[in-house]
Design a protein around this ligand. Structure first.
Ligand SMILES: Cc1ncc(COP(=O)(O)O)c(C=O)c1O
Length: 398
């Protein structure tokens, strides 16, 4: 007895696989530093945890409305007014189990088998999983590191075909850290105006983790396109709430309505306790965002200056999020101190884990071979030790 074809065509996320390998080595007593998973090491703020406890004690323990509690949807509408400049009512918001479910709902709502989804690469591994699951055809648009991993808008225009139904944008980008400035967003909008059949998901989950430059929402730069842009964000990365599983979005009513059908079919909505916590995060003091941004900026600088000591590694400066995405092309074809031949980024990440006890993720998982991604969301001490291990590993390859 077999399983549905959608299971076979959907690959597991390499980030979770590498994190599991790192855990297994740790269980064997090895002192592994895991920079594999994209999750803040900092704690969820206390007032958020208190709000969750209070909600549980107050009896907020029943099924939630599928699209989110009105308290959280109102808080998200206020947040979108504050950060994106959108004027929304609560019924223009959908809450999902993390940004991941929101994107899943959105793709499942619009993609028919065989439809093309255009994805600038490097890109988050979750997009490929979701598009594969939906039966869509991912069409990756490579973005050059020499151009700071920015999208070449002429190439984007040329990559849109008669079958393209969706464009997945992500700034700040996981894994490259690229942020689109106003001029780039305007150029993107100009291209998209020529292709009225293409919907856009603007995945702005790292919106508060801008380390250089400023955050701008595509729908605020091009409001005339807002009838086909879904703006996605959430509390996971900004407020260190990955385990609470709360994401949200706004977009055209018909898209939100279709997404609610997907969500209502797969789950009865998001934990009421988590929604109370997310409401407190969004309505509470926002200085935590500024403080944490400074921490992530310091860590980015620490990692970049350490990696600069390795001549065979080239790293573009990430402008946002909490990753570094160096090219390891200069080391491919070489042999490690323990005799492993580095044919590709998988070999590199594997050897770095086995020999130097640092877990990273191969760039191929982000549709960009020849690179590795390391998360900088770890303590300064862990990052310093990891970097010195990476330096030793790379400089002893022959
Ligand atoms: C670009 C991007 N989008 C969406 C998500 C999903 O976030 P969440 O934890 O809220 O589901 C992630 C998580 O790593 C991400 O990197």
């Amino acid at each position: 007895m077999g399983f549905a074809a959608r299971i076979a065509r959907t690959r597991a996320a390499a980030t979770f696989a590498m994190a599991a390998r790192a855990r297994a080595l740790r269980d064997e007593g090895k002192r592994v530093i895991s920079l594999a998973i994209g999750e803040p090491d900092l704690p969820t703020p206390d007032h958020v945890i208190e709000a969750a406890l209070a909600a549980a004690r107050a009896g907020e323990t029943k099924y939630p409305p599928v699209g989110g509690t009105s308290a959280l949807r109102e808080a998200v509408a206020r947040k979108f007014a504050r950060d994106q400049g959108f004027r929304l009512s609560a019924d223009e918001i959908l809450i999902g189990n993390g940004g991941k479910q929101v994107i899943f709902d959105a793709v499942m709502a619009v993609i028919e088998p065989g439809d093309e989804v255009l994805i600038p690469a490097p890109c988050w591994a979750g997009y490929l999983q979701i598009v594969d699951f939906a039966g869509g055809i991912p069409n990756f648009l490579p973005c050059a590191s020499s151009n700071g991993f920015q999208i070449d808008t002429a190439a984007l225009d040329a990559a849109i075909t008669a079958r393209t139904r969706l464009l997945l944008l992500n700034f700040p980008n996981n894994p490259s850290g690229a942020v689109a400035d106003r001029a780039t967003l305007q150029d993107l909008a100009t291209v998209l105006r020529r292709h009225p059949e293409v919907r856009i998901i603007a995945d702005d989950i790292y919106e508060h983790l801008i380390l250089d430059g400023e955050y701008l929402a595509l729908a605020s730069v091009a409001p005339d396109l807002s009838n086909r842009i879904l703006t996605v964000s959430g509390v996971s990365k900004s407020y260190a709430m990955t385990g609470w599983r709360v994401g949200f979005c706004t977009g055209p009513q018909n898209w939100l309505h279709s997404m609610a059908i997907v969500q209502g079919t797969s789950t009865a909505g998001v934990s009421t306790i988590s929604q109370a916590a997310a409401t407190a995060a969004l309505d509470g003091p926002q200085d935590v965002l500024v403080e944490r941004r400074a921490i992530y900026r310091r860590r980015r600088d620490l990692v970049l200056s350490a990696l600069a000591a390795i001549p065979s590694l080239a790293c573009t400066q990430p402008q946002g999020a909490f990753y570094a995405f160096p090219s390891i092309a200069g080391l491919l074809g070489k042999t490690t101190a323990k005799g492993r031949l580095l044919k590709n980024d998988y070999d590199f990440a594997e050897a770095l884990l086995e020999e130097a006890l640092v877990a990273t993720v191969p760039g191929s998982s982000f549709a960009t071979p020849g690179h590795i991604r390391l998360s900088t969301a770890a303590s300064d001490d862990a990052l310093a030790v990891a970097c010195s291990r990476i330096i030793d590993f790379c400089t002893t390859c022959r």
